[in-house]
Design a protein around this ligand. Structure first.
Ligand SMILES: [Zn+2]
Ligand SMILES: [Zn+2]
Length: 141
């Protein structure tokens, strides 16, 4: 068994040193250099992209409340996030933008309507008392 493996290994080495084997080896090396160069170019291109783009892609911190696991807090969401978004706690698509109630400080869902009534203390929040539902993304230059 061990002898057979040694034989195959030796045969491969001999094949590489042969004419056809040499050609295949050179082609493989050229392909590898090409792939490495392409990857390097891609990386260089990305590095050249504007700072604004990076800020945009990093997303932003939003207060959220999850209708599934009832967790709330702050998490990073992309600027083009659509709600309900993926909850960072339970991974359900049940996270909604939220804000802290002005009266009881509990997190409540920001429905985006003109009036949000706190389900905990019934305090009424008019639209001018609420934070913007989703802040606008930074401009991309
Ligand atoms: Zn959840
Ligand atoms: Zn409240």
């Amino acid at each position: 068994m061990a002898y057979q493996q040694e034989e195959r290994g030796g045969g491969f080495r001999a094949w590489i040193n042969e004419g056809a084997g040499k050609v295949v080896t050179i082609i493989v090396v050229i392909l590898l250099i090409g792939v490495a160069g392409w990857a390097g170019y891609r990386k260089w291109n990305e590095r050249g992209s504007s700072k604004a783009r990076k800020v945009y892609e990093a997303g932003h911190t939003l207060k959220y409340i999850c209708e599934s696991c009832k967790n709330s807090g702050e998490s990073n969401f992309p600027y083009d996030v659509a709600f309900p978004a993926k909850c960072p706690q339970c991974n359900e698509m049940a996270a909604y933008p939220a804000f802290a109630c002005r009266a009881c400080r509990k997190m409540i869902r920001n429905t985006g309507g003109a009036l949000v009534i706190c389900p905990h203390c019934q305090h009424q929040h008019h639209i001018e008392q609420m934070p913007a539902n989703i802040p606008p993304p930074p401009p991309i230059r």
